[in-house]
Design a protein around this ligand. Structure first.
Ligand SMILES: [Zn+2]
Length: 329
């Protein structure tokens, strides 16, 4: 099969690789679409020791199953797998297991390729008329869905009537804003410095997509989702959250600068992390996407897998207005 292989930091090569071999309980998928994630970018930059080269990245996969009980069906692939005997899996929180595995991290190759292999239980069927590129959004949207519902539980009051704000208009941030709107949040703000990205968010239906200088007043937001996780966004989140509010942190950059622990203490603001999603949340998101309940999903851009290296360079240079680039093998 052809695969886009990362051979060294910043080097992606389209080359022939052995087809994945079938395994007990797993299926081979002909990849129709695979999204480029922030975590792929992190690895491409050489900043992820868990992903040594050479490696096939890509975990946001949709395609057609070639073998096993689902042969012939089109699916979105949940890339996260935890051994079923793990205590976290038995508690319904498999994504927190120290034994979790994810496609694109050894021992599991990713989906920047014509073929991929995944556990059969991780395959979620999609309608035949659903564009593969839109189904590939299931993974990042599931991350956003989990973040929203995690902090809504912590908020302890209904989302309708609550002012909610998202920092960062990439795929996770925009998806979080769309999930908040779908969940009935009273007011949804998206703060994003890049004008092209704000325009993408407005076209997706987020009317309050604003630059940082036009953010609402300090201490006015019940719920703040930091989808960037940098010092400047942590500081903004700590200012914007109202007393008794919730901040959810979805970034993975090192460091904790910007966190105002004194204000969190005096105002009883809950600060929490969020990571991935449960298998049930992934299924719910596939259904929401397929039914069009998160909008027309036109905030993605497709490119050929062979042009993956150029797509990565465009993301690095900030030349991409879409919130997500999806590669088509
Ligand atoms: Zn991802």
């Amino acid at each position: 099969m052809k695969a886009l292989v990362q051979t060294a930091p910043h080097v992606l090569v389209l080359r022939d690789e052995p087809d994945p071999a079938p395994r007990e309980g797993e299926a081979i998928i002909r990849v129709e679409a695979v999204g480029i994630c922030g975590s792929d970018m992190h690895a491409i930059h050489g900043h992820d020791a868990r992903r040594p080269t050479p490696i096939i990245l890509g975990h946001e996969i949709a395609g057609r199953v070639l073998d096993g009980p689902l042969a012939g069906r089109r699916v979105a692939v949940n890339p996260l797998w935890t051994p079923p005997d793990c205590r976290f899996a038995q508690e319904g929180r498999p994504h927190l297991s120290p034994r979790r595995e994810i496609l694109s991290m050894p021992p599991r190759p990713g989906g920047f390729a014509e073929l991929a292999r995944a556990p059969i239980e991780n395959l979620v069927e999609i309608p035949d008329d659903m564009l593969a590129a839109k189904a590939a959004l299931a993974e990042p949207v599931a991350v956003a869905y989990h973040a929203v519902h995690h902090c809504a539980r912590l908020l302890g009051r209904p989302l309708p009537g609550a002012r909610c704000l998202v920092l960062g208009g990439g795929a996770i941030g925009l998806a979080a804003a769309l999930v908040l709107r779908q969940a009935g949040a009273g007011e949804v703000w998206l703060i994003e410095p890049n004008a092209a990205r704000r325009e993408t968010a407005r076209r997706a239906g987020i009317t309050h997509a604003e630059p940082p200088e036009a953010a609402p007043a300090d201490a006015s937001c019940a719920l703040v989702i930091d989808a960037v996780g940098a010092a400047v966004t942590r500081a903004a989140a700590c200012r914007l959250a109202q007393a008794g509010g919730v901040i959810v942190h979805a970034g993975l950059l090192p460091g904790a600068d910007g966190l105002d622990v004194r204000r969190l203490t005096l105002q009883e603001i809950t600060f929490t992390g969020t990571y991935c999603y449960t298998p049930e949340e992934f299924r719910v998101v596939v259904r929401l996407l397929a039914e069009g309940r998160l909008g027309a999903l036109e905030w993605l851009e497709t490119r050929a897998l062979a042009d993956g290296a150029a797509a990565v360079a465009d993301i690095d240079a900030g030349r991409v207005a879409a919130a997500k680039i999806v590669l088509l093998p």
